[in-house]
Design a protein around this ligand. Structure first.
Ligand code: FE2
Length: 387
C-alpha cells in the first residue's frame, strides 16, 4: 500500500524530507487500521514526535488505533526483543509498524515485524530461520543522524553479547520521514557519535569488497555533506544535511555492506559500552592505512589491488589530501573535533583487553567484506596503535 505522488526510490521507498515533513503522517496513518509505534523512551517526547502522534491519534479515534511500544536500551539484546514482542504478539490485524528513534529502535521494530508477520512463538525464531521475512508495511522516522537503518534491509541484534545481522529484503520501509526538526533536541554528543557512524559507513562503502558504482555515488555524496558540516553549529540546515548524509550512507551500505572497522566495533560496544559510532571510528584511521597497503597477496578474492587504489584516489580527493598519512591524520582529527577521545583507554579499555577484543572482532559478512584479508594479528596491531 503506497501513496501516489511520493518521490520514490527505485526500491519503492517513499521518502518525505525537510522541515515539517512529519506532517505527512496525516496522509499516511489514515490508510491503516492498527498501528504500532516503536519509540525511543528518552527521545520520543523531547523531539516533539510524541505530541504530534498524540494529537493525530485523537483526530483519528474510531478510524485507526495506535499502540505505543517504548524502548531505551542501546546494543539490542535478543532478550529485550522477546519482552517487547510479548507486548504485541497477540494483537490481531496490525497493518503498519512505525519506528521513531535511532538505529536500535528501528532494528527492534524490524525484528518484531518479521516475528509478527510469521506468527512466531518467539522473536528468537527470526535468528534461526533465515527464510522468514517481513510482510507488514513499515514507516521509519529516524531521530538521529547516524545508522541509516531506515535505508537498509538489515537489523543488528546481540545474543550472549555476540552480534547477529538479520538481512531480509522485506525490511525496507514503505515510507521514511526525514524531518530535521526531530534532531533539535538530540544532545550534541549523541548527534556527533551518530555522525561518526554515518561517516564510517560511507568510507567503508567506498572500499568494501561488495561496493558498486551506485554505492560509491551514495557514499561520495554522504562524505561531502558530512565534511561540510563537521564544525559544530546549531542550525537546522546543518541537522538537515547531516540527516540526509546519514540516509545516503545507509543506502550505500545497504548495497556494499560494512567492513573491518564495523567488525572490530561490535565487542567494543557489547563488552565495553562504547557507543556504536565511536566504537567504529576508533579503528577507522588504522584500518584505512591497513587497507591502503593491500597487495596481490593480501587482497580478498573478487577484488583487485587496482580497485583498492581507485577507492583511495576517491577518498584522497574527497578529503583533500595527497597521501595515506594525511588521510589517517584527518580521520583522527575528526573524532577529536567532534568532542571524543581517539584512544581505547578513553573508553576504559586496557592493554590486557585487546587480545580478547581481537578474538571477538571477526564478524562474518563484515571482516570478509574488507578489501584486504585481515588476520587476528592484523586486528591486534590496529588495536595496539590506539591503546
Ligand atoms: Fe554502523
Amino acid at each position: 500500500m503506497h501513496l501516489p505522488g511520493i518521490s520514490g526510490n527505485k526500491d519503492g521507498t517513499g521518502v518525505f524530507r525537510g522541515q515539517g515533513a512529519l506532517s505527512h503522517l496525516e496522509e499516511i496513518l489514515p490508510r491503516y487500521k492498527n498501528i504500532l509505534i516503536f519509540n525511543d523512551r528518552d527521545g520520543f517526547h523531547p523531539c516533539g514526535a510524541a505530541a504530534y502522534f498524540k494529537a493525530l491519534g485523537e483526530k483519528l479515534a474510531g478510524r485507526c488505533a495506535l499502540q505505543y511500544v517504548s524502548y531505551s536500551g542501546k546494543a539490542l539484546p535478543i532478550e529485550d526483543v522477546e519482552t517487547k514482542y510479548l507486548e504485541i504478539k497477540h494483537r490481531a490485524g496490525i497493518d503498519l509498524i512505525t519506528a521513531v528513534g535511532g538505529g536500535t529502535v528501528i532494528d527492534l521494530a524490524k525484528i518484531i515485524a518479521i516475528a509478527y508477520s510469521n506468527r512466531c512463538e518467539s522473536a528468537a525464531e527470526v535468528l534461526s530461520s533465515p527464510n522468514l521475512d517481513n510482510r507488514v508495511d513499515l514507516l521509519f522516522i529516524p531521530t538521529t543522524a547516524g545508522t541509516g537503518s531506515e535505508a537498509t534491509s538489515f537489523a543488528v541484534v546481540y545474543k550472549d553479547k555476540v552480534k547477529y545481522s538479520i538481512d531480509r529484503p522485506g525490511l525496507l520501509p514503505a515510507y521514511t520521514i526525514l524531518d530535521p526538526m526531530l534532531l533539535r533536541s538530540l544532545p550534541t554528543p549523541v548527534l556527533h557519535a551518530t555522525v561518526l557512524d554515518a561517516l564510517a559507513q560511507a568510507i567503508e562503502a567506498i572500499w568494501a569488497r561488495g561496493s558498486t558504482a551506485e554505492a560509491k555515488e551514495y557514499a561520495r555524496q554522504a562524505v561531502r555533506l558530512i565534511l561540510a558540516n563537521i564544525e559544530p553549529k546549531n542550525t537546522i540546515e546543518r541537522l538537515s544535511q547531516l540527516q540526509e548524509a546519514s540516509h545516503l550512507a545507509g543506502k550505500a551500505i545497504n548495497i556494499s555492506r560494512t567492513t573491518l572497522p564495523h567488525s572490530i566495533s561490535y565487542p567494543l560496544t557489547s563488552h565495553f559500552g562504547a557507543p556504536h559510532g565511536i566504537a567504529v571510528f576508533l579503528t577507522l584511521p588504522g584500518a584505512a592505512e591497513f587497507n591502503y597497503h593491500t597487495t596481490g597477496e593480501t587482497v580478498q578474492p573478487g577484488v583487485r589491488p587496482a580497485d583498492v587504489e581507485k577507492s583511495f584516489s576517491l577518498l584522497f580527493s574527497l578529503f583533500g589530501v595527497e597521501n595515506i598519512k594525511a588521510l589517517r591524520e584527518k580521520l583522527s582529527a575528526i573524532i577529536i573535533r567532534l568532542g571524543f577521545g581517539a584512544r581505547l583507554r578513553d573508553y576504559g579499555i586496557r592493554e590486557g583487553d585487546i587480545s580478547f577484543i581481537a578474538d571477538s572482532a571477526s564478524t562474518k559478512g563484515r571482516i570478509d567484506n574488507n578489501p584486504r584479508r585481515a588476520t587476528r594479528d592484523d586486528v591486534l596491531k590496529i588495536l595496539k596503535e590506539i591503546i
